[in-house]
Design a protein around this ligand. Structure first.
Ligand code: PLP
Length: 393
């Protein structure tokens, strides 16, 4: 008989009970160091007192009004994010996929609004991930995402990751936008070098094509800047954010320049829940913490320490970990054996990691991770690597 919960997830044997900072506690009371952070969502850890207070205070006022009326929390969060980023305007959603949907629609609308409706195609990179709606799986194009769900919506083209020549050749008179994750997440924690992002920006400008960044995973402090593209000194026309933006409350946003958003006038797009008062209370609270003096530099310092420890681990266990890659606190261990083996042994050692494509185990601790927790996490990882080694033929 089918499970009452649709069995679309290959779940690990851990029943979640509660969380405290970087720690997740299961139903049996066992404590795990959570270096998966709900797939980079719990940027400020679990049950952060400031976020709990913001949410509970809002819960006693109003939960929901729909976007029929002005929502002051939206106006405040949007103004603050506009101040902190390239963006002039933004649309709030409940998830990353919806933020990407908004980005796709906006890019198409931009060109039709400007008299070029034939420009509707988008180019994405192989190994990318942009969500699970029909348009976002078509955009990413990976076989494992689209298989059996066809026909796919038209207008999505794919080029190999890092192949500038193939990208240039793929841009044609129907191309509306190029879409890229500045650090590929699900694809296996693959950073795009800054000079490539610069080259991409120039190429898009010269062809009249919009540039869309998907910073759903790599954004919101993960790399030590509020958004990863800041390291390259280039800006997109449109950008999707989610995951860390709500610290665990479902929230996403599609940010854009005034120029790119020109066609998105009243009535063109909407969401019943998007940007509701609960989400906005938490979103503003997350930003209070992240924009506070010293927060992002501390992420970089923690990242340096973790990276160094993980490089040491890879050197000690070359038969288990082939390489360490990533940026900031978005790190990946390229595994020798199947990555699920390391993820399983780590969990048994009391450390939570997340699998990714290209046989990588992701290390994504909450951004508030302490030096002691980093050291403890790496100790547990050593135990896990030892167990993987011991089981090898
Ligand atoms: C998680 C993720 C998404 C999808 O976000 P959902 O909230 O699951 O819809 C899209 N793009 C990237 C890069 C992601 O990491």
């Amino acid at each position: 008989m089918i499970d009452a919960v649709l069995p679309t997830y290959a779940r690990q044997p851990l029943s979640v009970e509660r969380g405290e900072g970087c720690w997740l506690i299961d139903a049996a009371g066992r404590r795990y160091l959570d270096f998966g952070a709900g797939i980079a969502v719990n940027a400020l850890g679990h049950a952060h007192p400031y976020l709990v207070a913001a949410l509970t205070e809002q819960a006693g006022k109003i939960w929901h009004s729909a976007n029929l009326y002005r929502v002051p929390g939206q106006e405040r969060l949007a103004a603050r994010l506009a101040e902190a980023t390239f963006a002039d305007t933004m649309f709030f959603t409940n998830s990353g996929a919806e933020a990407m949907e908004c980005a796709i629609k906006m890019a198409r609308k931009f060109h039709s609004w400007n008299g070029a409706p034939e420009r509707f195609r988008m180019i994405a990179f192989e190994g990318s991930f942009h969500g699970r709606t029909l348009a976002t799986i078509a955009l990413a194009g990976q076989e494992k995402l689209v298989k059996g769900f066809g026909p796919m919506p038209d207008g999505f083209d794919h080029v190999p990751f890092g192949d500038h020549a193939a990208l240039e050749a793929a841009i044609g008179p129907e191309t509306a936008a190029v879409v890229i994750e500045p650090v590929q997440g699900e694809g296996g924690v693959r950073p795009v070098p800054p000079q490539c992002l610069k080259g991409l920006r120039d190429l898009c400008d010269s062809k009249g094509v919009l540039l869309i960044f998907d910073e759903i995973q790599c954004g919101y402090g993960r790399t030590g800047k509020l958004f990863a593209h800041e390291w390259a000194g280039v800006t997109p026309d449109i950008m999707a954010a989610a995951k860390g933006i709500g610290g665990g409350f479902p929230l996403g946003a599609c940010l854009a320049t005034e120029r790119a958003a020109a066609g998105m006038v009243a009535g063109t797009h909407g969401s019943t829940y998007g940007g509701n008062p609960l989400a906005m209370a938490v979103g503003n609270a997350v930003l209070d913490v992240m924009l506070a003096d010293g927060f992002l530099p501390r992420v970089s310092a923690a990242a340096g320490r973790l990276r160094q420890r993980l490089e040491g681990l890879a050197a000690a266990f070359p038969d288990v970990v082939a390489a360490v890659r990533g940026e900031g606190l978005m790190l990946g261990l390229k595994c020798v054996a199947p990555n699920t083996v390391l993820v399983d042994r780590a969990r048994e050692a009391g450390l939570l990691l997340v699998g990714a494509g290209d046989n990588v185990a992701r290390v994504l601790p909450p951004l508030i991770v302490s030096d002691d927790e980093i050291d403890e996490g790496v100790r547990r990882l050593e135990t896990a690597c030892g167990a993987v080694r011991a089981a090898q033929p």
